[in-house]
Design a protein around this ligand. Structure first.
Ligand code: ADP
Ligand code: MG
Ligand code: MG
Length: 883
């Protein structure tokens, strides 16, 4: 049996899977010689064992005994020692950071006796009773599953009775009385006494931390952040240091750089005479970290030195929790800190300039998803705006929505498709649902390190916090601000970069990063973020092997994609060219019962198609344009069967039925399919409806010929959809080649196919004989591999599947590597085995998904194709994949 417990001195930062992020980094700091209160870490192995069996393994109990003994020796005091008790915190800490999601209990080891010892020993009874009431409060909430409100209300009542403004105005006797109230509450709610034995306090808290891995909010957070469900959390037992011993003590959080902009300099919040969460919970207003220099120069200087040490050690932005106990600095936590997308880019290039990392490493440290965030619109600086207040821009973005005050209201409104801004005094982990549902979050308390700010940044959600001018009254559903009142349901807009809050909806403009990609803002124009993006995307272009094409059906989209860096079109869907006014010609085509009528209808469509291709090929001049012949079933172009049947019935009643409608209804009924996704579509359509593919091919070839005649360089490629048998492709190809010959265009037009049926992937070697290229249609391939139709399943049961962990992310969003991905690999291998120079691409929506792009690189494709707006993301991720 491997060790289940590690002393802080035994671990290091690379042991996150076993010790959790917090434990691994506490160990790293310990070994760097930084002042970390001694302690030990119970591993994630132990947690998993506990969660599997529901009981603490016997060998774990032994190891804990041993480590408690060692800790007691080191500290020279014992848990529960009546005259001078050793106190510890019991802290959760998973491998991936899940801020505020799981539980921590402080001051474990206090009881009715030792509280007096602590009072005597510290010479500060107020402090001792404060620590004890906190223990009961945290223990009640996290270990005994009591409602935190019970304690909050008792605390509020005590303050009110005393006329106290903050908890600091309560003295030792008040707190002693509060402890009695709390203990009574524990008894009332659980039928048991608050446990007095320090070791059982510790054990119960440890088990509660284990169990908190599976709390609702932790499960929700993991799903949101795509963290695996079975990792478990470590538990850190850390000897207590006290920030609540008086005004010469305090607690704080800090960043080695600004986590919202990436600017150099120290950022953080500090709160005197406080413990633990006080600083992030917004119970009292914190002071900026810089003020610590005046308050306690020695601790401040120590902290600055340590922060410099940590940054150069981790070679990245670190965030830090620290406590000052009577003028002595203690480090309680560090990790490579979360940051906004903008900060990620700026920090990465700054570190290159500082010589700390190279450009490859910088590219590894920014993500496609972050670049996508930087492309969201901003508020228009020139628009008329009604500024209500300006507070702290905690997580950038421009969000407008109606005001809601509770997470439940946010969720309810979002389900109806409404955009909302969640307004709270402060948020806590229970607000996660509401934060996910809202467009943005606005709080009246707390700074850049408050719960709202940290979680919003993690989610890429717009957040303004610390808007102290706002008097938020959740019960009444109002915000009072400078004499005005805003009520639930009114629209406001928040700017997470500037911290501004506006009444009403503010119009938005493209972000500077989009302006850069559009070519209207140059990288040297002075915008540092744009300069960073430019450097890193250029590097990605240098190193990437994957080509990046776009999915585009119109010349406008093609032109934009080209500005964004697309190297051609990977998928032009021609069915979009059969809509609008052209529907009538399609109807005539479908209703035709003889060659003459059919050809007449096709003849109407051909010049229109030709015009479309002329524009598209011109917009992508010199670059490949893969045009997919018509794919969807024809009835999609006809009116709905129900509507038409009603219309005909009503007309018949009045004796005024139209011949056309009757014929049309008959056609609709004839073409109706139980399961259109698997019906008469794709190549099947081309083989069954004479002249349809030929018309499209003629339009493509003649458009190309015309452009060629104008001295242009059109490069169309013809793609046959939904092939499952090589015979289908042979037949379609024969027809395409016949028409190309007829038109006699002096352009070499490759003919390829989509691989979007499992059968096609499996017999890809046969299909390759008749194809010049493959494009994996991973949307249909996902549908046909899983056997579910996207439109029917996503709303119906995907959320249940995600909850139950059947998949961590929808297979339509990110490719299912094991199943669909295996078919892609099969298609690649077998296709290339028959034709080594076969060109391979992907054109499903996965082509713009960062994780999927990594996979397509590994699978050996030549290019990905995605929507125009995702092109920069695909360029960046393709570069990262190649590192
Ligand atoms: P989280 O993961 O939610 O940050 P932590 O385990 O870090 O939870 O602890 C919660 C708060 O308690 C933090 O502010 C932390 O700094 C503080 N804290 C934890 N352990 C100790 C300790 N041994 N002494 C003093 N403060 C502590
Ligand atoms: Mg912490
Ligand atoms: Mg398809």
């Amino acid at each position: 049996m491997p060790n289940l417990v590690y002393d802080f001195a035994e671990g290091n930062k690379d042991m996150k899977d076993l010790l959790g992020g917090k434990g691994a980094n506490l160990a790293e700091m310990t070994n760097l010689g930084l002042p970390v209160p001694p302690g030990f870490t119970i591993t994630t192995d132990a947690c998993r064992a506990y969660l599997e069996t529901g009981a603490v393994p016997a060998e774990l109990a032994d190891e804990i005994d041993h480590h408690v003994d060692m800790l007691q020796q080191k500290m020279g005091k014992k848990l529960g020692q009546a005259d001078d008790p050793l106190l510890v915190s019991v802290r959760s800490g998973a491998a991936a950071s899940m801020p505020g999601m799981m539980e921590t209990v402080l001051n474990v080891g206090l009881n009715d006796d030792s509280v007096n010892g602590l009072a005597h020993q510290s010479g500060n009874p107020r402090f001792a009773w404060d620590a004890y009431r906190r223990l009961i409060q945290m223990f009640g909430k996290t270990v005994l599953d009591m409602d935190g409100e019970v304690f909050e209300q008792a605390l509020d009542a005590a303050k009110e009775a005393k006329g106290a403004r903050t908890d600091l105005d309560l003295d030792a006797d008040d707190l002693k009385a509060l402890v009695e109230t709390f203990k009574q509450a524990v008894h009332d709610h659980t039928g048991r006494e608050f446990p007095q034995d320090p070791r059982s306090q510790m054990d119960l808290a440890t088990e509660a931390v284990f169990r908190s891995w599976n709390s609702d909010r932790a499960i929700l957070y993991r799903r949101q952040e795509r963290i695996a469900a079975d990792l478990g959390t470590a538990v850190n037992i850390c000897s207590m240091v006290f920030g609540n011993l008086g005004m010469d003590s305090g607690t704080g959080v800090a960043f080695t750089r600004d986590p919202s902009t990436g600017q150099q300099g120290v950022y953080g919040d500090y709160l005197q005479n406080a413990q633990g969460e006080d600083v992030v919970a917004g119970i009292r207003n914190t002071v900026p970290l810089a003020d610590l220099e005046q308050l306690d120069k020695t601790s401040y200087d120590d902290l600055m030195n340590i922060m410099a040490t940590l940054e150069s050690h981790y070679r990245d932005l670190c965030d830090i929790e620290f406590t000052v106990e009577r003028g002595k600095l203690w480090m309680l936590q560090t990790r490579v800190g979360k940051r906004t997308a903008a900060a990620a880019f700026r920090i990465a290039t700054s570190l290159v300039d500082e010589g700390v990392i190279d450009t490859d490493e910088a590219l590894r440290r920014v993500k496609g998803a972050q670049l996508a965030q930087l492309m969201f619109p901003r508020f228009d600086a020139d628009a008329d705006k009604d500024l209500i207040t300006k507070a702290i821009g905690a997580s950038p973005g421009a969000a407008s929505g109606t005001v809601v005050f509770t997470s439940a209201a946010a969720v309810e409104a979002a389900e109806k498709g409404e955009k909302v801004i969640l307004v709270r005094r402060e948020t806590n982990p229970d607000d996660l649902h509401g934060m996910i549902a809202a467009q943005g979050i606005l709080t009246s308390r707390g700074g850049k390190t408050s719960h709202a700010a940290v979680v919003a940044r993690g989610m890429g959600k717009t957040c303004v916090c610390g808007a102290e001018e706002l008097d938020v009254n959740v019960a009444q559903g109002t915000i009072k601000v400078n004499g005005a009142v805003i009520e639930a349901g009114e629209t406001i807009s928040i700017d997470g970069t500037t911290g501004e809050v506006f009444r009403g909806e503010v119009p938005v403009v493209p972000s500077p990063v989009v302006q850069y990609f559009e070519g209207t803002l140059t990288p040297d124009a002075g915008d540092e973020l744009v300069a960073s993006v430019h450097r890193l995307i250029s590097h990605a272009d240098d190193v990437r092997r994957l080509g990046v094409r776009t999915n585009a059906d119109t010349a406008d989209d093609a032109a934009r994609a080209r500005r964004f860096g697309a190297e051609g079109i990977g998928l032009c869907r021609t069915e979009h060219m059969f809509l609008g006014e052209r529907r009538e010609s399609v109807e005539r085509l479908i209703l035709a019962d003889n060659d003459v009528d059919r050809e007449a209808a096709l003849a109407e469509l051909e010049p229109l198609q030709r015009g479309d291709f002329l524009e598209l090929l011109a917009a992508m001049d010199g670059l490949p344009v893969t045009i997919r012949l018509i794919d969807p079933p024809l009835h999609e172009f006809l009116p709905s069967m129900e509507d038409l049947a009603v219309k005909v019935a009503v007309a018949r009643e009045r004796g005024a039925e139209s011949d056309h409608d009757v014929k049309l209804l008959a056609a609709v009924e004839r073409l109706h399919e139980q399961n259109p996704m698997l019906g008469l579509r794709g190549v099947r359509l081309g083989l069954v409806v004479p002249g349809l593919f030929a018309m499209q091919v003629r339009a493509i070839a003649s458009a190309a010929a015309e452009l060629r005649g104008r001295g242009k360089d059109p490069r169309p490629e013809i793609m046959i959809p939904l092939v499952g048998a090589v015979q289908e492709l042979h037949l379609a190809r024969d027809e395409v080649e016949r028409v190309l010959e007829e038109v006699g265009a002096d352009v070499d037009i490759p003919i390829g196919t989509m691989i979007e049926l499992p059968r096609a992937a499996v017999i890809a070697d046969q299909i390759a004989e008749a194809a010049d290229f493959f494009s994996f249609g991973t949307n249909d391939l996902t549908q046909t591999t899983w056997g579910f139709s996207r439109d029917d399943v996503e709303g119906a049961f995907f959320s249940r599947y995600l909850e139950k962990g059947i998949f961590a992310v929808s297979p339509f969003e990110s490719i299912d590597r094991e199943g669909v991905g295996a078919l892609v690999r099969t298609g690649v291998d077998r296709g290339r085995s028959a034709k080594p120079d076969l060109k391979l691409g992907v054109c499903g929506e996965h082509g713009g998904d960062p994780d999927s792009i990594q996979f397509f690189h590994e699978a050996g494709l030549d290019y990905v194709s995605c929507s125009p707006f995702r092109i920069p993301v695909a360029r960046l991720e393709s570069g990262r994949a190649a590192l």
